[in-house]
Design a protein around this ligand. Structure first.
Ligand code: DX5
Ligand code: ZN
Length: 230
């Protein structure tokens, strides 16, 4: 496992849990509050049983924040959206191994468009399915809930999977971000960090908090705090 002191913590609040009626204010709050990335969940109602948004919302967020836009595509045929999302201002495009049979080619296409390329696995998909593209990844995302909805309970087995993901990236000498998505809270974040994750999506934990900025700070502090049990 990578030594904890060589990793820095990234907190990526998820737009899914934000109050869209106050989008400008919500983004300003997290940016001023120390968020590192903004996580955007694109869902097509086919790959997952929920629908969210597409290029237009990404473009709007681009005009409202300087934070890197971390776009998570929960869609079938993700390649259909690469170009429009890149044009809209996405910085990272992350695609599901389950929805991308030509993963190697699609990661290459994302990079050609000037974005960072990420791959993600559902709770039921072994992270080892990403072994042969490990060196091509800018980001590896472990789903710690079944994707589709915010506010779900963290799946405990994800911690051991994060450790395997960390070993896999280290073996490939990859400096890819290792991100966790779903049910990340003050109670679950430390175990993920200790297992080797460095980037944490947090929807309800941040936007559901009375003080989102304080919550970002608390989540970050929980990672490095000695003696905290994950
Ligand atoms: C779930 C999405 C997540 C979601 C996380 O399908 O991929 O990014 O916003 O929400 P919380 O942090 O509330 O579990
Ligand atoms: Zn997500």
């Amino acid at each position: 496992m990578t030594a904890a002191h060589t990793r820095s913590v990234r907190i990526a609040p998820s737009l899914l849990a934000a109050d869209l009626g106050r989008l400008k204010e919500q983004l300003a709050t997290i940016e001023a509050g120390g968020a590192d990335w903004l996580h955007l969940d694109v869902m097509d109602g086919v790959f997952v049983p929920n629908l969210t948004f597409g290029a237009k919302v990404i473009e709007t967020c681009r005009t409202l924040t300087a934070l890197p836009l971390d776009v998570h595509l929960m869609v079938v045929e993700p390649e259909k959206y690469f170009e429009s999302f890149a044009k809209a201002g996405a910085n990272i495009l992350t695609i599901h191994a389950e929805a991308a049979p030509h993963l190697h080619r699609q990661l290459g296409r994302i990079k050609e468009l000037g974005c960072k390329a990420g791959a993600v696995v559902n709770p039921g998909t072994p992270v080892e399915s990403l072994r042969d593209v490990a060196a091509d990844l800018d980001l590896l995302l472990i789903m710690s809930v079944n994707p589709g909805f915010g506010g779900q309970k963290f799946i405990g087995a994800s911690v051991e999977k994060i450790a395997r993901a960390r070993a896999l990236l280290d073996a490939a000498r990859s400096s890819a971000a290792l991100e966790v998505d779903g049910g990340v809270t003050r109670d679950t974040i430390h175990g993920c960090w200790a297992a080797g994750a460095d980037t944490f999506v947090a929807g309800v934990a941040v936007f559901g908090a009375k003080d989102p900025a304080a919550e970002i700070h608390a989540l970050r502090a929980r990672c490095v705090q000695a003696g905290v049990q994950g």
